[in-house]
Write a protein that binds this ligand. Sequence first.
Ligand code: SF4
Length: 291
Amino acid sequence: MVLVEIDEHSGFCLGVVKAINKAERFLDNSHQTLYSLGDIVHNNQEVSRLENKGMQTITLENLANLEHADILFRAHGEPPSTYELARKQGHRLIDATCPVVLGLQARIRRVYEANKDNDTQLVLFGKSGHAEVVGLLGQTNNTAIVVETVSDISKIDFSRPVFLFSQTTKSLDEFRELVAVIRQSMQPGVRFEYRDTICRQVANRLPHLRDFSTKYDSVLFVSGTKSSNGRALYEACRQVNPKTFFISSPDDVRPSMIEGASRIGICGATSTPFWLMEEVKKHVQKVLSEL
Ligand code: SF4
């Protein structure tokens, strides 16, 4: 008998759960169109499920062309300019920004306000263009320097003070490496401060998933292809168990992924719905019965 188990710690983080609950409550009670600015979660199946209930995903350009609509801001948060635009267009806001992201936006704004008239550089460790980073940058009037990897540090002037923050979903190991490299590069006597603002909902998942992946002959990692968090967590699982496979839906399961395995693990990213992992499990059991 082949054991097929789902990792019970996988699935949406609290911020995404709250955003989806807010959207669903609105859709169930008002029966009106809810416009989500960007994908509510980087998972096509979950987006389609909500779209079937009346949600529509829109771009910033669409937001500017609509008037008096019900607009959802997702967990990643938005810059002040988007709030201004929504006000100008007379939209009603359902603000589902994750409280952790809101807190980080406020911290960055405070540091920006306190230092905007001196030569301190605000540095943000994050992915350029990522929605959360756009929202965080907006707190600094788009003046912060975005560093994606350690190799980007040439953007920083080490003769001037540096204040470093991180996007909530970055890797803790990479952040620590970045702190060490910046510290070494600073000119003597120049101030360097940093705040570890990585969300533990994601950071704690990495060691847990590594541990989970070692316990199975085959691991099916379920995630949308657009999720950067999903790609990073999948790579971490694959490093400890080379028989880890990235899939986005039950249809992606191939017999070769599970053939010969007596223990099969199913896990996913913070943007992977639990119901999708359950569907993958059912499909795996069906494929096994046909082998
Ligand atoms: S990963 Fe953390 S900060 Fe980001 S949405 Fe989820 S709970 Fe909020």
